[in-house]
Write a protein that binds this ligand. Structure first.
Ligand code: AMP
Length: 316
Protein backbone atom coordinates (compact mmCIF):
# COMPACT_ATOMS: atom_id res chain seq x y z
CA UNK A 1 0.00 0.00 0.00
CA UNK A 2 1.34 3.42 -1.01
CA UNK A 3 2.37 5.62 1.90
CA UNK A 4 3.92 9.06 1.43
CA UNK A 5 5.75 9.11 4.76
CA UNK A 6 7.33 5.67 4.19
CA UNK A 7 8.44 6.58 0.73
CA UNK A 8 9.88 10.01 1.35
CA UNK A 9 11.74 8.82 4.46
CA UNK A 10 14.13 6.44 2.73
CA UNK A 11 13.94 7.63 -0.86
CA UNK A 12 16.67 9.28 -2.94
CA UNK A 13 15.94 12.96 -3.57
CA UNK A 14 14.90 14.19 -7.01
CA UNK A 15 16.53 17.33 -8.37
CA UNK A 16 13.97 19.41 -10.27
CA UNK A 17 14.64 22.54 -12.36
CA UNK A 18 11.93 24.49 -14.13
CA UNK A 19 9.69 27.51 -14.01
CA UNK A 20 8.32 28.80 -10.71
CA UNK A 21 5.43 31.04 -11.66
CA UNK A 22 2.49 33.18 -10.84
CA UNK A 23 -0.21 32.08 -13.28
CA UNK A 24 -3.38 33.82 -14.41
CA UNK A 25 -5.70 31.17 -15.81
CA UNK A 26 -9.21 31.24 -17.21
CA UNK A 27 -11.19 28.06 -17.84
CA UNK A 28 -14.89 27.49 -18.55
CA UNK A 29 -15.31 27.04 -14.78
CA UNK A 30 -13.64 30.21 -13.53
CA UNK A 31 -10.57 32.40 -13.32
CA UNK A 32 -7.58 32.61 -10.95
CA UNK A 33 -5.12 35.48 -10.87
CA UNK A 34 -1.47 35.22 -9.85
CA UNK A 35 -1.91 31.70 -8.53
CA UNK A 36 1.06 29.54 -7.56
CA UNK A 37 2.19 27.66 -10.67
CA UNK A 38 5.12 26.87 -12.90
CA UNK A 39 6.35 23.56 -14.21
CA UNK A 40 8.82 23.05 -11.37
CA UNK A 41 6.20 23.80 -8.72
CA UNK A 42 3.64 21.34 -10.08
CA UNK A 43 6.32 18.70 -10.63
CA UNK A 44 7.90 19.20 -7.19
CA UNK A 45 4.64 19.05 -5.30
CA UNK A 46 3.69 15.86 -7.17
CA UNK A 47 7.13 14.25 -6.71
CA UNK A 48 7.14 15.14 -3.01
CA UNK A 49 4.35 12.58 -2.53
CA UNK A 50 6.97 9.88 -3.17
CA UNK A 51 10.46 11.29 -2.54
CA UNK A 52 12.27 14.35 -1.15
CA UNK A 53 12.79 17.11 -3.72
CA UNK A 54 15.61 19.61 -4.31
CA UNK A 55 14.22 22.54 -6.32
CA UNK A 56 16.29 24.74 -8.65
CA UNK A 57 14.75 27.93 -10.01
CA UNK A 58 14.30 31.64 -9.45
CA UNK A 59 11.59 33.97 -8.15
CA UNK A 60 11.38 37.73 -7.79
CA UNK A 61 11.04 39.74 -4.60
CA UNK A 62 7.28 39.85 -5.27
CA UNK A 63 6.87 36.09 -4.76
CA UNK A 64 4.56 35.55 -1.77
CA UNK A 65 6.36 34.15 1.30
CA UNK A 66 3.47 31.82 2.07
CA UNK A 67 4.24 29.88 -1.13
CA UNK A 68 7.80 29.30 0.07
CA UNK A 69 6.51 28.06 3.45
CA UNK A 70 4.08 25.72 1.72
CA UNK A 71 6.78 24.19 -0.49
CA UNK A 72 9.13 23.74 2.47
CA UNK A 73 6.36 22.09 4.47
CA UNK A 74 6.01 19.56 1.61
CA UNK A 75 9.62 18.44 2.11
CA UNK A 76 10.88 20.48 -0.87
CA UNK A 77 14.39 21.82 -0.28
CA UNK A 78 14.62 25.43 -1.51
CA UNK A 79 18.36 26.07 -1.19
CA UNK A 80 18.54 25.96 -5.00
CA UNK A 81 15.75 28.52 -5.41
CA UNK A 82 17.20 32.00 -5.91
CA UNK A 83 15.15 34.98 -4.70
CA UNK A 84 16.28 38.07 -6.64
CA UNK A 85 15.23 41.67 -7.30
CA UNK A 86 12.53 41.89 -9.97
CA UNK A 87 9.29 40.24 -10.95
CA UNK A 88 8.55 36.53 -10.81
CA UNK A 89 7.96 34.64 -14.10
CA UNK A 90 4.33 35.04 -15.14
CA UNK A 91 2.23 33.00 -17.50
CA UNK A 92 -1.33 33.73 -18.50
CA UNK A 93 -3.53 31.37 -20.45
CA UNK A 94 -7.05 30.28 -21.16
CA UNK A 95 -8.91 27.14 -22.16
CA UNK A 96 -12.18 26.70 -23.97
CA UNK A 97 -14.14 23.45 -23.88
CA UNK A 98 -11.24 21.58 -25.51
CA UNK A 99 -9.29 21.42 -22.29
CA UNK A 100 -6.36 19.65 -23.98
CA UNK A 101 -5.36 22.91 -25.62
CA UNK A 102 -4.02 25.85 -23.58
CA UNK A 103 -4.15 29.22 -25.33
CA UNK A 104 -1.21 31.27 -24.09
CA UNK A 105 -2.14 34.93 -23.63
CA UNK A 106 1.23 36.06 -22.33
CA UNK A 107 4.57 34.71 -21.14
CA UNK A 108 6.71 37.12 -19.10
CA UNK A 109 10.10 35.57 -18.44
CA UNK A 110 11.04 38.40 -16.03
CA UNK A 111 13.65 37.09 -13.54
CA UNK A 112 14.24 34.03 -15.75
CA UNK A 113 15.84 36.32 -18.38
CA UNK A 114 19.04 36.75 -16.37
CA UNK A 115 18.88 33.52 -14.42
CA UNK A 116 21.71 31.03 -14.23
CA UNK A 117 21.23 28.02 -11.97
CA UNK A 118 23.82 27.53 -9.22
CA UNK A 119 23.45 24.14 -7.62
CA UNK A 120 24.29 23.88 -3.92
CA UNK A 121 27.09 21.32 -3.59
CA UNK A 122 24.81 18.72 -1.98
CA UNK A 123 22.52 18.81 -5.04
CA UNK A 124 25.34 17.91 -7.41
CA UNK A 125 25.32 14.22 -6.47
CA UNK A 126 21.65 13.90 -7.46
CA UNK A 127 20.77 10.42 -8.71
CA UNK A 128 17.45 11.46 -10.23
CA UNK A 129 17.15 14.67 -12.24
CA UNK A 130 14.00 16.10 -13.75
CA UNK A 131 14.51 18.93 -16.25
CA UNK A 132 10.99 20.34 -16.20
CA UNK A 133 9.79 22.82 -18.79
CA UNK A 134 12.11 25.83 -19.05
CA UNK A 135 14.65 27.30 -21.48
CA UNK A 136 16.74 24.33 -22.75
CA UNK A 137 19.91 26.40 -22.23
CA UNK A 138 19.09 26.41 -18.50
CA UNK A 139 18.37 22.68 -18.57
CA UNK A 140 21.87 22.18 -20.04
CA UNK A 141 23.43 24.44 -17.39
CA UNK A 142 21.91 22.22 -14.69
CA UNK A 143 23.18 19.05 -16.36
CA UNK A 144 26.68 20.54 -16.52
CA UNK A 145 26.67 20.85 -12.71
CA UNK A 146 25.40 17.37 -11.86
CA UNK A 147 28.16 14.78 -11.34
CA UNK A 148 26.83 11.36 -12.43
CA UNK A 149 23.06 11.04 -12.34
CA UNK A 150 21.41 7.62 -12.58
CA UNK A 151 18.40 8.91 -14.47
CA UNK A 152 17.81 12.18 -16.34
CA UNK A 153 14.24 12.91 -17.39
CA UNK A 154 13.29 15.96 -19.49
CA UNK A 155 10.14 17.77 -20.53
CA UNK A 156 9.51 20.76 -22.79
CA UNK A 157 6.79 22.63 -24.71
CA UNK A 158 6.06 24.11 -28.15
CA UNK A 159 7.46 27.52 -27.04
CA UNK A 160 10.97 25.97 -26.90
CA UNK A 161 10.48 23.52 -29.80
CA UNK A 162 9.89 26.58 -31.99
CA UNK A 163 12.32 28.96 -30.24
CA UNK A 164 15.36 26.79 -29.43
CA UNK A 165 15.16 23.49 -31.38
CA UNK A 166 18.94 22.89 -31.47
CA UNK A 167 19.47 23.38 -27.74
CA UNK A 168 16.44 21.19 -27.08
CA UNK A 169 17.90 18.46 -29.30
CA UNK A 170 21.06 18.57 -27.17
CA UNK A 171 18.99 18.20 -23.96
CA UNK A 172 17.19 15.19 -25.47
CA UNK A 173 20.53 13.62 -26.48
CA UNK A 174 21.62 13.75 -22.85
CA UNK A 175 18.37 12.52 -21.30
CA UNK A 176 17.37 8.94 -20.44
CA UNK A 177 13.62 9.57 -20.63
CA UNK A 178 11.83 12.26 -22.66
CA UNK A 179 8.32 13.55 -22.01
CA UNK A 180 6.31 15.28 -24.73
CA UNK A 181 2.65 15.63 -25.44
CA UNK A 182 1.33 14.22 -28.71
CA UNK A 183 1.25 17.55 -30.56
CA UNK A 184 4.79 18.41 -29.44
CA UNK A 185 6.16 15.01 -30.49
CA UNK A 186 4.54 15.37 -33.93
CA UNK A 187 5.84 18.93 -34.29
CA UNK A 188 9.39 18.15 -33.11
CA UNK A 189 9.75 15.02 -35.27
CA UNK A 190 7.71 16.25 -38.24
CA UNK A 191 5.59 13.11 -38.40
CA UNK A 192 1.99 12.16 -37.76
CA UNK A 193 2.91 8.76 -36.27
CA UNK A 194 3.54 8.74 -32.52
CA UNK A 195 5.42 5.37 -32.55
CA UNK A 196 7.69 6.77 -35.26
CA UNK A 197 8.21 10.00 -33.32
CA UNK A 198 9.11 7.95 -30.22
CA UNK A 199 11.57 5.87 -32.26
CA UNK A 200 13.18 9.03 -33.67
CA UNK A 201 13.50 10.53 -30.20
CA UNK A 202 15.10 7.31 -28.87
CA UNK A 203 17.53 7.36 -31.80
CA UNK A 204 18.93 10.58 -30.30
CA UNK A 205 19.89 8.74 -27.08
CA UNK A 206 17.04 8.28 -24.58
CA UNK A 207 16.00 4.74 -23.66
CA UNK A 208 12.34 5.64 -23.11
CA UNK A 209 9.83 8.19 -24.37
CA UNK A 210 6.53 9.09 -22.77
CA UNK A 211 3.90 10.67 -24.96
CA UNK A 212 1.05 12.31 -23.07
CA UNK A 213 -2.26 12.41 -24.85
CA UNK A 214 -4.24 14.64 -22.49
CA UNK A 215 -7.65 13.14 -21.79
CA UNK A 216 -6.73 10.08 -23.90
CA UNK A 217 -4.06 8.61 -21.63
CA UNK A 218 -0.32 8.23 -22.05
CA UNK A 219 2.08 5.99 -23.98
CA UNK A 220 5.40 4.66 -22.71
CA UNK A 221 7.78 3.57 -25.45
CA UNK A 222 11.02 1.73 -24.73
CA UNK A 223 13.28 0.14 -27.34
CA UNK A 224 11.69 -3.25 -26.65
CA UNK A 225 8.09 -2.48 -25.79
CA UNK A 226 5.10 -0.21 -25.75
CA UNK A 227 2.76 0.39 -22.80
CA UNK A 228 -0.50 2.30 -22.90
CA UNK A 229 -1.85 3.87 -19.68
CA UNK A 230 -5.60 4.42 -19.78
CA UNK A 231 -7.25 7.77 -19.38
CA UNK A 232 -9.43 8.47 -16.37
CA UNK A 233 -13.05 9.32 -17.20
CA UNK A 234 -13.18 12.83 -15.69
CA UNK A 235 -16.70 14.25 -15.56
CA UNK A 236 -15.49 17.68 -14.55
CA UNK A 237 -12.12 19.30 -15.17
CA UNK A 238 -11.75 22.58 -13.30
CA UNK A 239 -8.27 23.62 -14.47
CA UNK A 240 -6.00 21.47 -16.68
CA UNK A 241 -2.93 23.65 -16.02
CA UNK A 242 -0.02 21.61 -14.74
CA UNK A 243 -1.41 18.24 -15.82
CA UNK A 244 1.76 17.46 -17.76
CA UNK A 245 4.04 18.67 -14.99
CA UNK A 246 2.26 16.77 -12.22
CA UNK A 247 2.28 13.70 -14.46
CA UNK A 248 6.05 13.95 -14.87
CA UNK A 249 6.62 14.83 -11.21
CA UNK A 250 4.57 11.84 -10.04
CA UNK A 251 6.48 9.62 -12.49
CA UNK A 252 9.97 10.72 -11.44
CA UNK A 253 9.03 10.86 -7.75
CA UNK A 254 7.80 7.27 -7.88
CA UNK A 255 10.95 6.04 -9.62
CA UNK A 256 13.22 7.88 -7.16
CA UNK A 257 11.09 6.68 -4.24
CA UNK A 258 11.53 3.04 -5.20
CA UNK A 259 14.98 3.37 -6.81
CA UNK A 260 13.74 0.88 -9.39
CA UNK A 261 14.26 1.78 -13.06
CA UNK A 262 13.12 -1.54 -14.51
CA UNK A 263 10.48 -1.63 -17.23
CA UNK A 264 7.82 -2.80 -14.74
CA UNK A 265 8.60 0.13 -12.47
CA UNK A 266 8.43 2.61 -15.37
CA UNK A 267 4.98 1.24 -16.22
CA UNK A 268 3.79 1.72 -12.64
CA UNK A 269 5.34 5.18 -12.61
CA UNK A 270 3.36 6.02 -15.77
CA UNK A 271 0.18 5.08 -13.94
CA UNK A 272 1.17 7.03 -10.79
CA UNK A 273 1.83 10.03 -13.03
CA UNK A 274 -1.62 9.65 -14.56
CA UNK A 275 -3.16 9.32 -11.09
CA UNK A 276 -1.62 12.53 -9.75
CA UNK A 277 -2.37 14.46 -12.97
CA UNK A 278 -6.02 13.39 -12.96
CA UNK A 279 -6.38 14.52 -9.35
CA UNK A 280 -4.57 17.82 -9.93
CA UNK A 281 -7.03 18.99 -12.59
CA UNK A 282 -9.96 18.76 -10.19
CA UNK A 283 -9.15 22.25 -8.87
CA UNK A 284 -7.27 25.45 -9.77
CA UNK A 285 -3.51 25.81 -9.30
CA UNK A 286 -2.14 23.20 -6.88
CA UNK A 287 -5.20 23.40 -4.61
CA UNK A 288 -6.18 19.75 -5.09
CA UNK A 289 -2.62 18.61 -4.34
CA UNK A 290 -2.62 20.66 -1.13
CA UNK A 291 -5.32 18.45 0.37
CA UNK A 292 -4.35 15.17 -1.30
CA UNK A 293 -4.13 12.11 0.99
CA UNK A 294 -2.35 8.77 0.39
CA UNK A 295 -5.83 7.20 0.34
CA UNK A 296 -6.87 9.46 -2.59
CA UNK A 297 -3.83 8.24 -4.52
CA UNK A 298 -4.36 4.54 -3.68
CA UNK A 299 -8.04 4.71 -4.58
CA UNK A 300 -7.40 6.33 -7.95
CA UNK A 301 -4.54 3.91 -8.70
CA UNK A 302 -6.93 0.99 -8.11
CA UNK A 303 -9.47 2.61 -10.45
CA UNK A 304 -6.85 2.95 -13.19
CA UNK A 305 -6.02 -0.73 -12.74
CA UNK A 306 -9.62 -1.80 -13.11
CA UNK A 307 -10.22 0.47 -16.13
CA UNK A 308 -7.36 -1.24 -17.99
CA UNK A 309 -8.23 -4.83 -17.01
CA UNK A 310 -9.42 -7.29 -19.60
CA UNK A 311 -9.65 -11.08 -19.79
CA UNK A 312 -7.30 -13.27 -21.84
CA UNK A 313 -8.64 -14.47 -25.19
CA UNK A 314 -10.53 -17.76 -24.93
CA UNK A 315 -8.63 -20.68 -26.47
CA UNK A 316 -9.91 -22.03 -29.78
P1 AMP B 1 1.26 22.30 -18.31
O1 AMP B 1 -0.18 22.66 -18.18
O2 AMP B 1 1.63 21.03 -17.61
O3 AMP B 1 1.75 22.33 -19.72
O4 AMP B 1 2.13 23.44 -17.56
C1 AMP B 1 1.62 24.70 -17.21
C2 AMP B 1 2.68 25.46 -16.44
O5 AMP B 1 3.79 25.75 -17.30
C3 AMP B 1 2.15 26.79 -15.93
O6 AMP B 1 2.12 26.76 -14.52
C4 AMP B 1 3.12 27.83 -16.48
O7 AMP B 1 3.57 28.74 -15.49
C5 AMP B 1 4.28 27.05 -17.04
N1 AMP B 1 4.76 27.61 -18.31
C6 AMP B 1 4.03 28.15 -19.31
N2 AMP B 1 4.81 28.58 -20.32
C7 AMP B 1 6.10 28.31 -19.95
C8 AMP B 1 7.39 28.49 -20.57
N3 AMP B 1 7.52 29.06 -21.78
N4 AMP B 1 8.49 28.06 -19.89
C9 AMP B 1 8.35 27.48 -18.69
N5 AMP B 1 7.18 27.28 -18.06
C10 AMP B 1 6.05 27.68 -18.67
Amino acid sequence: MWNAADRTGKAAPVLIVGSVALDTVETPLGREENALGGAAVYASVAASLFAPVNLVGVVGADFPREHLSFLTARGIDLRGLQVVEGRTFRWSGSYDYDLNQAHTRSTELNVFEDFHPRLPDTYRDAGFVFLANIDPDLQLEVLAQVRSPRLVVCDTMNFWIEGKPNQLREVIRRADIVFMNDAEARQFCGTFSLPRAARELMALGPTAVIIKKGEHGALLFTRASHFSAPSYPMEQVVDPTGAGDTFAGGFVGYVAGTGDISEGSLRKATVYGSVVASLNIEDFSINRLRRLTPEDVSRRYAEFKSIAFFEAMESA
